[in-house]
Design a protein around this ligand. Sequence first.
Ligand SMILES: [Cu+2]
Length: 392
Amino acid sequence: MHFRISVAALASISALASAQAPSIDQWTRLEINNGTAWEEVTQIARDNQLYNLGTRQNSPCQWGTMDVRREFRDMSKGDRKSFTDAATCLMNTPPQRMPKDQAANYPGIKSRHDEYVATHINMTLEIHATADFLAWHRHYIKHYEQDLKDLCGYTGTLPYWNWAKDASAPQDSPLFTGDEYSMGSNGKYIPNRGDTYLYTQGVNMPPGTGGGCVESGPFSDVTLNLGPLDLPNTKNVKSNYEYNPRCLERDFNSFFSERYNTFSNVTELVLESIYLEDFQDRMQGYAAGDAFGVHGSGHWSIGGAAADFHSSPADPLFFLHHGMIDNVWTTWQNLDIYRRQFIIKGTSTLGNNPPSAEMTLDDVIPFGFVAEDRIFRELMDTFAEGYCYRYE
Ligand SMILES: [Cu+2]
């Protein structure tokens, strides 16, 4: 007990020094561009987390025993393989929450993994460009991590993908070599494709480096059952739960990542967004002059299934991308935790269309076939209400 108090006292010195979020002026342009600033910013946030935890009495969540989520390439080969084995296992596990007598109403739901996809499809317009975008996805991926443990015997934590490390050429990332310890390969290269105009963003997209089915490594022989609903250049399904068995397609495309997923993009996002409105708009690409943001661009950099707005969780890589998104939010929160822990802003409809009420922390947030409803407030603190994890 005495020991814990003195650790907290020591930590308070550094916490006092950084009670306000650091300013981007503290780093040089080179440090911002090459990832040095990002490393240091996340370390400041972690120091603040440690201090914050030290101020809590009797917390069941302890620093030394909490789940630590790591970047996929930082994990051992064995741990990487355990994760992809478990993710594949979820695709071969029967649905858990869909009432069995209603299976005919959900023809595309064949597995536990499909229940995640179907829930995201069904809720797409209520969980993006809304007040609960960040919180909803936090709980969604947390529950996925829990299911890997509960249903597939996984003993590790959810990895994340720091796309900034691969922004110049995601197709060459060590995550996607296609060996058995990777997250699976790119899609098979389809030549002679032209540009595609993306109407929503007003951007002309050049073809990526793949386009076909994932060729090797984990997920090369999985079957996706749901979606796509809104991809260009493909035949989309007509209803949310339509059964559409097909391979997993990817199409890594640096057109997006080198513009929107760089170290400078993510570092500027976190350090320049003082207000939550700016932070969440800029992250999702709803801020003026930024058509994608790190969130939207991450999806388009992967391409294929992961680029479909509604059914993107069909590609397990979705959960690593959103691990990074949650890491970015957690970092932003912890740079000024007393102001940012419980702050929300927005309504419950995409871009407030159709108009809906401002959400509050007392609102009930549904999770469909994924999990029980939660209260918004319960999703704001990574050390409470069943959460006990950090990023490294
Ligand atoms: Cu989403």
